[in-house]
Design a protein around this ligand. Sequence first.
Ligand SMILES: [Ca+2]
Length: 194
Amino acid sequence: MRRDQRRRQGQRRGQGRGQRQRQRGVTLLETVMAIVIGGIVLASIAGAIAWAASRSGDTWPQKQALALAESLMSEIALKPYTRCDADGPPPEGSTTCVIADGPGPESGESRFSYATPFDHPNDYAGFAMPAPPGFRKLDGTVLAGLEDYSTAVLVQAQALDGIAAGEGLLVEVTVAGPAGTSIRLQSFRARYAP
Ligand SMILES: [Ca+2]
């Protein structure tokens, strides 16, 4: 009697394991459904990536123009803002410049000259690199691929908070590129040296 009970219990346990094994299994229909859903998800992700890639291409001229404007603005920021031209400071004991500095380059100065380069923010007043040939390096050579980007610089006296116009400058760099692209950066300088 006890043996029969144990056998029946064993049969019930065996049936229970079989049911659990059947529950753990995956049907062909479920597999097909998973593949279909996975495919839809992957197609959606690929579509989002393609959309983002197309949008990033649209903004490329703006990014390029901004990089050029920042480059030229950094170059101007490196020039000391002094009262006299860097080549003609006042002699010792005097306050009169040997070479006075004013808007635009002084005699012989050029952004593309190694002997007499621009040496003051004022030298960039009215400076421009029309397109073509577009943006040029300090040695005058054209940067390939940037022939459609034109550059113009405005430098003018600017009164700042507590600083007279004669001792403050507004520097404005404008870069125009393809597809109507236009970037304008502004910065302000205050004279710190004699
Ligand atoms: Ca100068």
